[in-house]
Design a protein around this ligand. Structure first.
Ligand SMILES: [Zn+2]
Length: 219
């Protein structure tokens, strides 16, 4: 350990991303107990959806994982990106090796980005790509935050609200490519479907997805 890193650890002791207990030396990002006990999807890492052939996720969106992702998304816990990227990269290596040409992410709208100050899915994509000796590149932009409409079921509402809100930022880049799209969580899959539909519409050959976490019930 370098002197500077040692001093930083004294001033700002590293805590476990999930349970927030102080880490012991040799632990990185999460404690040994969480590394063993967090809700891994394991054999259930894969799910399918409209327009994307598969989405893989290393974790279930519940308990301490859910709390950690909420801190990452809304409470500026951007330092979690390293560990989260590692978890996603491991899942990609295991399930999607050789199935993509290009790594990208589901973007925030410019308005949301200004408000939050960072795009959490871009951070995840960059961290995961780094682990895979690759780079993540922007392929999509999100135009609007469409207000919720009344009188529709929640899944329908969600689908209607996101329809047409994404656009390809560089059609030449995606044409003929198999794209790996990264996001933080997948619930209904409607956001990933809309992004995949947009990419395929611009000439992408295929879209596969990876998220840090997934909900358990919807498949
Ligand atoms: Zn822990």
């Amino acid at each position: 350990m370098g002197v500077f890193t040692g001093i930083l650890d004294l001033l700002f002791p590293q805590k476990c991303t999930f349970c927030r207990k102080l880490l012991h030396s040799g632990e990185s990002g999460m404690c040994a107990a969480c590394a063993r006990d967090i809700p891994y999807t394991r054999a259930n890492a894969k799910r399918s959806g409209d327009f994307f052939s598969v989405c893989v996720s290393p974790l279930y969106y519940e308990g301490d994982v859910r709390e950690a992702i909420l801190r990452f998304k809304f409470r500026n816990a951007t330092s979690y990106a390293g560990l989260f990227g590692r978890l996603i990269a491991d899942c990609i290596r295991e399930n999607l090796a050789g199935e993509y040409d290009l790594i990208s992410w589901v973007p925030l709208s410019a308005k949301r980005l200004r408000k939050r100050g960072y795009d959490q899915s871009m951070l995840l994509a960059m961290a995961a790509a780094l682990e895979l000796d690759d780079v993540a590149v922007e392929t999509l932009v999100k135009h609007t935050d469409v207000p919720a409409q009344s009188g529709m079921g929640s899944a329908e509402k969600r689908r209607a609200n996101i329809s047409g809100s994404y656009a390809v930022s560089d059609a030449e880049l995606v044409a003929g490519k198999r794209i790996l799209l990264i996001d933080d969580i997948v619930t209904t899959g409607s956001t990933l479907s809309e992004c995949a539909r947009t990419l395929l519409g611009a000439g992408a050959e295929k879209v596969v997805c990876a998220t840090l976490a997934r909900t358990e019930n919807e498949n």
